[in-house]
Write a protein that binds this ligand. Structure first.
Ligand code: CA
Length: 229
């Protein structure tokens, strides 16, 4: 198993630094964002194993970020631990209702932080999803590996998310805008032509084994994933 990748979203440098000093020696890979915009961009580039999310950020509240992530199919399963200075019971409930998996009240010890992260990761690993297999093309949502007849297929993170969306929604036609909403999440501005670029890359990744024809262009509308020609 590769090291869990933790994203910390926190505007106070001292807390980011303290978390980095705690997590790196404990075997985690850490990425950092100091505002919501950077955080959402980082998440759309690479899905982290878990997010440590500050409640009070300069551009958007941690609660709103959590809600956004939970609304989006490609990010809804990322476990979230809220970092909060608030201890009010109502705030805890609001945080959990927004979809966070746990919360830590500041100030916290590094031991508590690591224990909470490990507990949340264990819980989320217990709800691991089944690999999806269509005619020998297999996508494992947990390991992010794609194989064709057990041979590894390499592709970028966006192509992976596109393929996961297609394989979980086969036989339906999606417009480019619908794909942007589902795969990119609508948090960032994406040109429709960008979709075509990633479709091409996805086909190229699947091409040697001739699986690329499952990614079908529907003229005047968009794309469909199908194993029927
Ligand atoms: Ca803050």
């Amino acid at each position: 198993m590769s090291k869990p990748n933790i994203l910390i979203v926190e505007d106070e440098p001292a807390i980011r630094e303290m978390v980095a000093m705690a997590l790196t020696p404990a075997g985690f890979v850490l990425s950092e964002a100091c505002n919501a915009k950077d955080a959402l961009n980082l998440v759309s580039d690479n899905i982290p194993s878990l997010i440590l999310l500050d409640w009070m950020l300069p551009d958007m509240s941690g609660l709103d970020i959590a809600r956004r992530l939970k609304r989006n199919e490609s990010t809804q399963d990322i476990p979230i631990i809220m970092l909060t200075a608030r201890v009010d019971e109502n705030d805890k409930i609001r945080g959990l209702e927004a979809g966070s998996d746990d919360y830590i009240t500041k100030p916290f010890s590094t031991r508590e932080l690591i224990a909470r992260i490990n507990a949340v990761l264990r819980r989320s690993n217990n709800t691991l999803k089944q690999a999806i297999n269509i005619d020998g093309l297999e996508l494992n949502p947990n390991t992010h590996r794609v194989t064709i007849d057990n041979e590894a297929v390499t592709m970028g993170p966006t192509e992976f998310r596109l393929l996961r969306f297609f394989m979980t929604h086969p036989e339906r036609v999606y417009t480019r805008n619908q794909l942007i909403d589902h795969v990119w999440g609508g948090n960032v501005y994406i040109d429709e032509r960008t979709v075509d670029v990633h479709i091409r890359r996805l086909r190229k990744a699947l091409n040697p084994q001739d699986f690329s024809k499952m990614v079908q262009t529907v003229r005047g509308t968009g794309y469909r994933f199908s194993n029927k020609v």
